[in-house]
Design a protein. Sequence first.
Length: 94
Amino acid sequence: MDSQDRTALMEQWYRQYAPLLFHYARQFVDYHAAEEVVQETFRIAWEAIQQREVQYPKTWLRKIAENIIRNRLRQQDRRKDLLRSEERSVGKEC
């Protein structure tokens, strides 16, 4: 697939699936994070589409978005755990 075809395909998918991906992401993250999830989904898709043909783009894009959301939520949990452990250690010092 040449660059022009890939660009046209991604534009078509963006128009068709970005709203769906945004609403899916909003079930798990806030508005701005959902926008970032959609952007990241299409960035990853842009890179991956060079190497593979996608038979079911809606399912594939949603799976990419799902993985991005899971990673974000894991990072948030890690940050919360880190803050809790820092609070405990500061509390012991006082």
